[in-house]
Ligand binder design. Sequence first.
Ligand code: ASP
Length: 311
Amino acid sequence: MPAILAIHGGAGTIRRETMTPEAEVAFHAGLRRALMAGHAVLAAGGSALDAVTQAVVALEDDPLFNAGHGAVYTSAGTHELDAAIMNGADRAAGAVVGILGPRNPILAARAVLASDHVMLHGRGAEDFCRDNAVAFAPAAHPHTNRRWEALLAEMERRRQSAEDTRDDAARHGTVGAVACDIHGHIAAATSTGGMTGKAPGRIGDCPVFGAGTWADDASCAISATGHGEYFIRYAAAHEIACRMRYLGESVEVASELIVEGLGQIGGSGGLIAVDAEGNVALPFNCAGMYRGTIGEDGVARTAIYKEEPHP
Ligand code: ASP
């Protein structure tokens, strides 16, 4: 079985005009680092679960992406991070919701996956992480000036009831990975700060299994990004898995259909998907999605805008 890994770093109105050449280079480099981290696991015969974990750790550590270091702020000027991971072989799943403290929220989710729980929230989740030796960072670890300024701009816009003309990429974002390993098992991992200026307590699609994160060897592994409320209301990831199982659609057809349908009702975003034969789909219904794949040849392929061919 040829192993493959796909990643994303968020989707939205990512415009060439507002991107500097330096930023573009940095985004590609960040994606490549994450692809190489996950590929190292797969190339050594490791599991899809470990590969998606390592890829997402790399993306969380990169301040360019909205997860871990670089996560967006709530309207209260705080951080509430969500992360989820799921294993297709046995449908083991773990998610943390609205946490602050663990350096890598995806490692917190991974610890939940290894426990009797599936989803832990807030203070209880943070205590669980302490009890389970999940590494912590100072509370300011997610901070970046760019995200703080994005919050101030958003709060000012709301005060003036002005139209929202921001790049989606400044408003939200997410990181995620899906993989198929040489043993034919698949897994998915997703991590996010959510939406800039989100209400404290707001939960997006990322930690909701069947919405933003899903993995089942019998269908597909999925990590989504975009306007989370839509992905939850339409159970986007699970819907794709159902189409594959009940209608016999391929991962490409099923995921394209769902993402297109979400776009038609205002749910901007995209996702990455893989099946247990290593077929990959990277559909999105907006101007761009930070994305990349790496297969057996070990060559990291990355893309940002819609007009670029899929990597
Ligand atoms: N889906 C994330 C959320 O709603 C945001 C994003 O992916 O851009 O929290």
